[in-house]
Design a protein around this ligand. Structure first.
Ligand code: SF4
Length: 284
């Protein structure tokens, strides 16, 4: 029986030093410690460097279209809500192309875990400005510097109804692993934004930059306090300070909890409805 730690036969193609190596390790360790096997999770990957892990993680997997990882994950969860569904995506895929899906997944409190490799740049397409790039960031797509302010994924998620919002930094591997475990265990929509340098195309948000601009939340931090969560999350935008830990967590009914049709049985495993004749009779 294979386990999650084994590679699928392919080796990672990430650049040496890429933050994806540590993010991937934290996820695998979290899955192993939580007792998951490859056949007990569905991993849905976005497009981008993070999404390439589709080739390296041993699990049921979907490599979705650009920006469409979240709706694929929601579909999988609706089909079989007994399975754990995890999205592995990047900041461009999730907050850019998939931004609309992200908002609606938060407000539906869909019971999926979304892990975003946030490196502030489109790495796979060789370095264009992304939704979390800093204002003024110069790339081939913004040679005079990015005009827009960066998206703040934490405030966005909290304001739209996400019930678990965490942030980790890949250098803090054990800490990141615990946040991922907590996010997976949480019932409801979980966002885990992972700060991880793209060593090839982002020369601003480096390992040293995050060492200097991150801090861990204190033990007595009240993660249920939404006002406090907003204030802490806003520091990223206002003060260039990045909190690490579980920023916000509350218990609310999930999307499926509100569907009595799915209370006792998953959608898969039911007899497929193929006889449309009786329905058509009603329209005659
Ligand atoms: Fe990692 Fe950047 Fe290389 Fe992509 S381009 S593999 S994000 S270092």
């Amino acid at each position: 029986m294979s386990n999650i730690q084994q590679f699928s036969g392919y080796q990672p193609t990430w650049c040496p030093g890429c933050g994806n190596f540590a993010r991937s390790q934290a996820l695998k360790q979290a899955l192993i410690e939580l007792g998951f096997t490859p056949s007990s999770i569905i991993a849905v990957f976005g497009i981008g460097c993070a999404g390439n892990e589709n080739d390296f993680l041993n699990a049921y997997a979907i490599h979705s279209l650009h920006g469409r990882a979240i709706p694929n994950a929601i579909g999988a969860k609706l089909a079989n809500h007994k399975m754990e569904v995890i999205v592995i995506t990047g900041d461009g895929d999730c907050y850019g192309e998939g931004g609309n899906h992200f908002l609606h997944a938060c407000r539906g409190n869909h019971d999926i875990t979304v892990i975003v490799s946030d490196n502030g740049v489109y790495g796979l397409t060789t370095g264009q400005t992304a939704p979390t790039s800093q204002k003024g960031f110069k790339t081939k797509s913004t040679p005079d510097g990015a005009i827009e302010v960066p998206i703040n994924p934490l405030t966005l998620a909290i304001s739209q109804g996400a019930t678990f919002v965490g942030q980790g930094f890949v250098i803090e591997l054990a800490h990141l692993k615990e946040i991922i475990k907590a996010g997976i265990k949480h019932k409801g929509f979980s966002l885990i934004n992972v700060l991880q340098p793209c060593v090839t195309f982002n020369k601003i948000n480096t390992y040293n930059y995050y060492r200097q601009h991150t801090y861990k939340l204190s033990q007595d931090y009240d993660k249920k306090d939404i006002n406090k969560a907003f204030k802490i999350a806003q520091e990223m935008t206002l003060k260039d300070k990045f909190p690490l830990g579980i920023i916000y967590e509350v218990n609310q009914p999930t999307f499926i909890d509100r569907l009595p049709q799915l209370k006792n049985k998953t959608l898969i495993g039911r007899e497929r409805f193929l006889d449309f004749k009786t329905i058509l009779e009603d329209f005659k």
